[in-house]
Design a protein around this ligand. Structure first.
Ligand code: ADP
Ligand code: ADP
Length: 226
């Protein structure tokens, strides 16, 4: 059974604009899929519909076999990393990491264990008492990743998470995300317009154009390079 299945998925904005057109896509359990294509081709809309942040117009979205078409984000067992990190500015890193679990009424002792583990994986121990504005962009994106990891979701969704970072940091974070996926294999959809990111991270690459899936394959099949 696919971890994520999209069938005949469509999104209209208003009555005229058709942003996502009949998208069919099956993503296997623990697979890392890179969703690429030019700006405006519908990548982000597709991802946001999987997350439940955007209503679908028609079609079906299944996560873990369950139809989630109109479920709110919190009922989908997905965690999303955004381009702008989306951290709570008034909270410490620790409280940012704890936020989702506290919402689920997880015991503080259990939260602490989950945060320790994520902090270890991401090198966040020294930063736990800081506020987001006392962190660099790369550090903030590590915290955003940590916030997903502590929730231990079925699916990670990434919306161009590296595009605000400089080239050097982007390369580092690419390696870090690759390592994390090897350490805790989790079904992942990674939206990017960067071919290098798609090639290095994706088990498979899905190329969208003008709202449709244009091509799907391994990086080798799609780009002719491993
Ligand atoms: P991508 O992520 O590939 O850059 P998007 O999914 O963000 O593309 O957008 C696809 C198309 O839908 C674009 O033409 C964009 O302008 C349009 N679009 C996105 N969000 C909205 C919205 N809230 N209202 C109207 N049009 C939108
Ligand atoms: P990204 O940086 O991921 O490409 P966008 O700038 O496309 O994000 O979109 C940012 C927000 O603006 C999203 O909520 C999106 O739905 C909305 N949006 C994008 N394009 C349009 C549009 N043409 N009209 C109205 N809202 C839009």
């Amino acid at each position: 059974m696919a971890a994520i299945s999209l069938s005949k998925l469509n999104k209209h904005y208003g009555s005229l604009f058709h942003a996502v057109k009949d998208v069919d896509l099956e993503i296997a359990d623990k697979e890392f899929v890179a969703l690429v294509g030019p700006s405006g081709c519908g990548k982000s809309t597709t991802l946001r519909m999987i997350a439940g942040l955007e209503d679908i117009t028609s079609g079906d979205i299944r996560i873990g076999g369950k139809v989630v078409n109109h479920l709110p984000p919190r009922d989908r067992d997905v965690a999303m990393v955004f381009q702008n990190y989306a951290l709570y500015q008034h909270m410490s890193v620790y409280d940012n990491l704890a936020f989702g679990l506290r919402n689920k009424k997880t015991a503080e002792a259990e939260i602490k264990v989950a945060i320790e583990r994520a902090a270890g994986m991401l090198g966040l121990h020294e930063l736990l008492q800081r506020k987001p504005k006392q962190l660099s962009g790369g550090q903030q994106q590590r915290v955003a990743l940590g916030r997903c990891i502590v929730r231990n979701p079925q699916v990670f969704l990434f919306d161009e998470p590296l595009s605000n970072l400089d080239a050097k940091l982007r390369a580092q974070m690419r390696i870090e995300i690759k390592r994390l996926h090897a350490e805790i294999p989790t079904t992942s959809v990674f939206v990017t317009h960067d071919q290098v990111e798609a090639m290095t991270l994706g088990d498979r690459v899905v190329i969208m154009r003008d709202g449709r899936v244009q091509q799907i394959g391994t990086p080798l099949q799609v780009y002719g390079k491993p």
